[in-house]
Design a protein around this ligand. Structure first.
Ligand code: SF4
Ligand code: MSK
Length: 649
């Protein structure tokens, strides 16, 4: 059994893991160890149970079966399994977008949600060709929401946000016939292909997977981000705190967990209610503390500065503090283990989504049409539970870190140009001159397969030291925040000279928090704006940039990886996709696909080696653009394209 220190690099997690072990409370790390050894066929991607002639499994060593009963070989089986992951991941992000769209429709009719960012609403209306003159914000919101809804069921044509990509990137997609027609359309098409006797060419399956993934990144996720900004407001740079120490033992603690801001934003609003504050005091608490886990945390952090209790592997540790009066969950990344764990304490485990119920949960179903009342009911439930808390069982690590979050495509690099000269020019110039070597997106989950947060932190620090500006979202952003990387001061400690100069001049951290998983769409827009600004080539693939997910685990991460690669990104995953038992498919994803989209996958468990692969790629892109090497000396020397290719084997 691994020690708490081997399980996580986060001192708050280590403290709580020791506490959980002492109390004999099993957590995900214990269940992971109990699961060993895990099925090798599953890990390699060569097990199929798509019909009841099977299950079938292919012997990767060539001694047993080389085909399933229907004749499917390892490449077909692994490709089918993989694209089913894309379908599920894209569905999750996109259904989130659908719910936000529904909330905008309700806001347009005068419900509890308002139109908080009219400027963004009008900009989107203009982009979509909606005549907005002499119309109220609500009227425009109604039309915008109707068009957004139509994107889900559209049968032919192209999703509207595809037009945001650079023309050359769009041309590549059209040539490969992967421009998404409609969001739901692509998911159904993809699942159809994986039925027995459907599409049995691994390349064709992967291309359909790419089209579905693009429907996520440039469709459902982008709709979720854009429309959330319109009704919940666009994030602005904001200071807050992170880690389990934000749980305040003297207060009623409500932890929101999951993904969709339609509920959590309303809980933030309801938590300010004077009557509820008074009710908390009359129940013996000093106040109400709201905090978040996972991407729901990121949503309300970015817009309201609500503190973050932790990332994916913190969800059980938060309950184990004994100080959580209610954990309120919606959907995605919520462990079913929470219900049983909550029963060991007084904690109310409250599920709210029509789509997600859990063992041992109290279900208070959320309804966007009655949002504020339900949010108040949830908070009241938590307050009334406060007197049931056993104070002798409360253990909250006194550990928090400060952070700055709230970066968007609209507010981040325009600031580099100054308040009166908003432009991406200074960012592009910084890369062109070599002050910045490039940019990287480091995103993704926690996974007990890895020491918690270590992959995120080691990779990010290596990139920073080499003058790479890092954009982050999701659980990586929370990992970075816990380690202090989201503070401007972090540049002094971790950044190379060039990056340090920029952070000092503008006052930004060296790692920019762009929000939740769906907000990776913001990074796509940033990169598109960089190409439009000039000097970065003609397509997204030309930019000296790379992407990574060092501790990924979810199907959403697979969808993200595919839309990143198809958008031209060199994408390094910590832990391979389950394709290692399928040699041709593996080669296609790590080599051949680059000829079609400019981007490809690489798999590397060691986060520093992975960062160096990203640096090699960034240097190759600099060379292709005829840019000079880094302006200052960097720890990992730039290589020629030839040397980098040789190093990558
Ligand atoms: Fe086996 Fe083919 Fe059925 Fe899969 S689809 S379980 S490989 S027979
Ligand atoms: S929450 S998908 S564990 S990043 Fe978006 Fe974190 Fe991964 Fe869920």
């Amino acid at each position: 059994m691994k020690s708490p220190q081997e399980r996580s690099v986060d001192p708050a997690a280590v403290e709580m893991l020791q506490h959980a072990a002492a109390q004999k409370l099993p957590v995900a790390w214990d269940r992971f160890e109990a699961m060993q050894p895990q099925c090798g066929f599953g890990i390699l991607g060569v097990c199929c149970r798509n019909c009841t002639m099977g299950p079938c499994r292919i012997d990767p060593f060539g001694q047993g079966a080389s085909e399933g009963i229907c004749g499917a070989d390892a490449d077909i089986i692994a490709a089918r399994n993989l694209v089913r992951m894309i379908a599920a991941g894209s569905s999750a992000h996109s259904d989130h977008g659908r719910d936000v769209t529904h909330a905008v429709l309700i806001a347009s009719e005068g419900g509890d949600y308002g139109i908080k960012d009219e400027t963004k609403l009008r900009a989107l209306a203009k982009e979509w060709g909606i005549a907005a003159e002499n119309k109220t914000a609500r009227q425009i919101a109604h039309e915008v929401a109707n068009i957004a809804q139509s994107q889900f069921g559209q049968q032919e044509g192209e999703l509207r946000f595809v037009a945001r990509a650079p023309k050359l990137t769009q041309d590549r997609w059209r040539k490969a016939k992967v421009v998404p027609r409609g969001i739901d359309r692509e998911v159904v098409d993809l699942l159809h292909r994986t039925h027995i006797g459907g599409d049995n060419d691994f390349r064709s399956l992967i291309m359909a997977g790419v089209r579905t993934a693009l429907a996520d990144g440039w469709g459902g996720s982008m709709i979720a981000t854009e429309l959330s900004d319109i009704i919940f407001n666009s994030p602005a740079w904001i200071r807050a705190r992170v880690n389990l120490g934000v749980i305040e033992p003297k207060n009623v603690n409500i932890v929101v967990h999951g993904h969709e801001p339609v509920l959590s934003d309303m809980i933030v609003a309801a938590s300010h209610d004077k009557e509820l504050q008074a009710l908390a005091r009359s129940n013996g608490a000093e106040g109400i503390t709201l905090s978040g886990i996972c991407c729901t945390a990121n949503e309300i952090l970015m817009r309201h500065g609500i503190p973050v209790a932790g990332n994916f592997l913190h969800q059980e540790l938060a309950i184990a503090t004994g100080a959580v009066d209610a954990m309120v969950v919606d959907i995605q990344c919520v462990m079913p283990a929470l219900g049983k764990l909550a029963q060991c304490f007084h904690t109310k485990f409250i599920s709210t989504s029509k789509k997600a119920q859990f063992p041992f949960a109290q279900h208070i179903e959320f309804d966007e049409g009655n949002a504020l009342n339900i949010a108040k009911q949830i908070i009241r439930t938590a307050i009334e539970n406060f007197p049931n808390r056993d104070k002798s069982r409360v253990t909250v690590p006194k550990i928090t870190s400060p952070l700055v979050a709230g970066f968007t495509a609209e507010n981040v690099f325009t600031a580099l140009g100054g308040r009166y000269r908003p432009s991406y020019r200074p960012l592009n110039d910084a890369i062109i001159t070599g002050r910045l070597r490039g940019v990287a997106a480091v995103v993704g989950c926690n996974n007990p397969r890895h020491q918690q947060d270590q992959g995120h932190l080691a990779m990010t620090r290596e990139l920073l030291a080499n003058d790479v500006l890092v954009a982050t979202t999701g659980c990586t952003a929370i990992a970075d925040a816990k380690a202090g990387l989201l503070c401007p001061e972090a540049a002094e400690q971790y950044a190379g000279e060039g990056l340090k100069e920029i952070c000092r001049a503008v006052g930004i951290p060296p790692v920019l928090h762009f929000g939740a998983c769906v907000d990776i769409s913001r990074i796509l827009v940033v990169l598109s704006n960089m190409v439009a600004e000039g000097g970065m080539g003609e397509s997204l693939a030309d930019i000296p940039a790379a992407a990574a997910a060092p501790e990924w685990m979810s199907e959403k991460a697979v969808a993200i990886g595919f839309y990143a690669v198809a958008s031209g990104a060199y994408t390094v995953l910590g832990g391979p996709l389950p394709v290692q038992g399928a040699a041709k498919l593996n080669k296609f994803l790590t080599q051949d696909i680059a000829e079609i989209f400019g981007g490809k996958f690489a798999f590397q468990d060691d986060p520093v080696k992975a960062a160096r692969l990203m640096l090699d790629h960034i240097d190759q892109r600099r060379e292709a653009l005829h840019l000079p090497g880094p302006m200052y000396q960097v720890p990992y020397a730039p290589r020629t394209a030839e040397a980098a290719v040789a190093a990558a084997g």
